[in-house]
Ligand binder design. Structure first.
Ligand code: NAP
Length: 244
């Protein structure tokens, strides 16, 4: 029977490429998103073309009850979850002088509380199986900080503490928990930045290119593979050397 991966926020961007990468390895895929549109259908077709089954488990990860339903839907359809990738994330960038309380809490609620909500519901199934892989998508700004992103950086730093704690908690059950911290990756999230800002960021990347969603997906795949079975509690940067 095929293994099963649940990837949150996988209708586009990094999550979509992770879904395609794991489908290539033969995983049945549960995708997740909030807004249904044509892009979602295209993503589903691309995953299906790898010859695996796809389940649409739509829902807002920042809501605990919806997160519970997302996980229940996956279990109902596939009976197990071998890999969980907590990837859903948003930004609401602005300086603290202009940041509204809701800009802060919304980002924390989707990125950090969302990671808790889904993980909390998945862990009992992994514990029962006595194996599992959880990969959380953090960010290099969770390590370095970044002006204009105190909400986002706090959420991503929170994910690092969450990852390390959970790795200690679940190691005895053979559940490995790691995080990937991407640098600057070309997706809708970064499309909003002005060209001169992007050029400036590129100058700070020793490998002299902006990252792709595939760059991140390859490392996530590695963290699901047999080859990484002695790695837990780690934060792997995928940033072209941006933060050394
Ligand atoms: P993206 O292109 O904006 O895609 C975000 C995905 O998350 C979409 O599928 C979106 O679905 C989903 N999503 C948003 N809010 C959600 C919610 N409340 N519940 C469920 N799904 C939700 O973003 P991306 O660039 O691929 O980023 C993916 C992850 O990588 C994020 O955690 C981000 O912080 C992290 N990251 C990105 C970069 C970068 O440079 N791009 C760098 C470091 C870290 P809808 O369309 O339905 O909203």
């Amino acid at each position: 029977m095929n293994k099963v991966a649940l990837i949150t926020g996988s209708s586009r961007g990094i999550g979509k490429q992770i879904a395609i990468r794991l489908a290539k390895e033969g995983y049945n895929i549960a995708i997740n998103y909030v807004n249904k549109n044509e892009e979602v259908d295209k993503t589903i077709e691309e995953i299906k073309s790898q010859g695996v089954e796809v389940l649409e488990a739509a829902g807002d990860v920042s809501n605990f009850e919806e997160s519970k339903k997302i996980v229940e839907l996956v279990i109902e359809k596939f009976g197990q979850i071998d890999v969980l990738v907590n990837n859903a994330g948003i930004t609401k960038d602005t300086l603290i002088m202009r940041m509204q309380p809701e800009d802060f809490t919304k980002v924390i609620n989707v990125n950090l509380v969302g990671t808790f909500n889904i993980t909390k519901n998945v862990v009992p199934y992994m514990m029962k199986k006595r194996e599992g892989r959880i990969i959380n998508i953090s960010s290099v700004v969770g390590i370095s900080g970044n002006a204009g992103q105190c909400n986002y950086a706090a959420s991503k730093a929170g994910i690092i503490g969450f990852t390390k704690s959970l790795a200690k908690e679940l190691a005895s059950r053979n559940i490995l928990v790691n995080a990937v911290a991407p640098g600057f990756i070309e997706t809708n999230m970064t499309d909003v930045l002005k060209e001169d800002v992007k050029l400036n960021i590129k100058k700070q990347i020793p490998l002299n290119r902006i990252g792709t969603a595939e760059d991140v997906a390859n490392v996530v795949y590695f963290l699901t593979s047999k080859e990484s079975s002695y790695i837990t509690g780690q934060i792997i940067q995928v940033d072209g050397g941006m933060l050394i």
